[in-house]
Design a protein around this ligand. Structure first.
Ligand code: IPE
Ligand code: IPE
Ligand code: MG
Length: 256
């Protein structure tokens, strides 16, 4: 069956090449699974690393657009706890790209008030990477603009396991009683402590799965998928995702 409402609004927004976003209802937190770099490169007969390089350009565009629109938090899934399974050369190319990105962009990001933050276990990353991240975090820590989170060596399950251990330790020390453990107790120990849950999770490249991203935080996130690969993702796609989000009916389990 055709869903006229759905197809109608898509046509409206795409064909006019003008996406009418309600600037009063901009999502606070947008999280992106940056996927499809490898396929983008393959389709052009380029090495996978070139796809990752092109993907970095997309980050530049998208963070600017998000900031311009007034998004408060943007989270970029850059490396999962499972991505270590990839060939060593690819892993090290990805780590180098991150270092390069931070070195090249930190000035402009900082000048624009961007606060850089990392979600994930940094301890396993190469020294150079850890140092560059520390520098970027330190330099931007007092900024009050958009928060840019890099999910790096991040896994949703790993994050929940860590939080569980911390809570258990607090119980053991007598700092908290088992009966007092609630959602807020857990959240305090997540990498996203004090941040709002993502309103939208964007995944390009055609895959429709979470791949261990923000398992706790996405309980009521709206998902937005697209077939384009991350290097081809544009400002317009971000606006499209926001436009669609603004037309969703979020009920959080309640009724209207
Ligand atoms: C996303 O692109 C980048 C990372 C996972 C680091 P991929 O490298 O997964 O690209 P595909 O999925 O192989 O096309
Ligand atoms: C998810 O993409 C991780 C990142 C984008 C960093 P993957 O390409 O690793 O996910 P799967 O393997 O297709 O699920
Ligand atoms: Mg992939």
């Amino acid at each position: 069956m055709l869903n006229f409402f759905k197809s109608d609004r898509k046509v409206n927004s795409h064909d006019n090449n003008r996406i009418e976003i309600d600037m009063n209802r901009i999502p606070e937190h947008i999280a992106i699974i940056m996927d499809g770099n490898g396929r983008w490169a393959k389709a052009k007969n380029l090495p996978r690393a070139m796809g990752h390089k092109a993907g970095v350009e997309t980050i530049r565009r998208v963070i600017k657009e998000g900031d311009k629109l007034g998004v408060k938090y943007m989270t970029f899934y850059a490396f999962s706890t499972e991505n270590w399974k990839r060939p060593k050369e690819e892993v090290s190319a990805l780590m180098k790209l991150l270092v390069q990105y931070l070195r090249q962009e930190i000035g402009e990001l900082d000048a624009n008030g961007v606060l850089i933050n990392v979600l994930g276990d940094l301890s396993r990353l190469p020294r150079e990477c850890i140092d560059e991240i520390k520098r970027a975090k330190e330099r931007t820590k007092n900024n009050t603009g958009i928060v840019m989170n890099f999910a790096l060596n991040y896994g949703g399950r790993d994050e929940i396991i860590r939080a569980t251990k911390e809570v258990a330790a607090a119980v053991e020390k007598g700092e908290i009683a088992i009966d007092d453990i609630d959602g807020r107790t857990i959240e305090k120990y997540l990498y996203t402590a004090n941040m709002p849950d993502p309103d939208i999770i964007i995944r390009p490249s055609g895959e429709q799965r979470l791949s261990n991203f923000l398992l706790w935080q996405c309980a009521y996130s709206e998902f937005w998928y697209s077939n384009i690969n991350w290097p081809d993702f544009t400002e317009k796609d971000l606006r499209m995702a926001i436009y669609d989000f603004q037309n969703r009916d979020r009920r959080f389990g309640g009724i209207k």
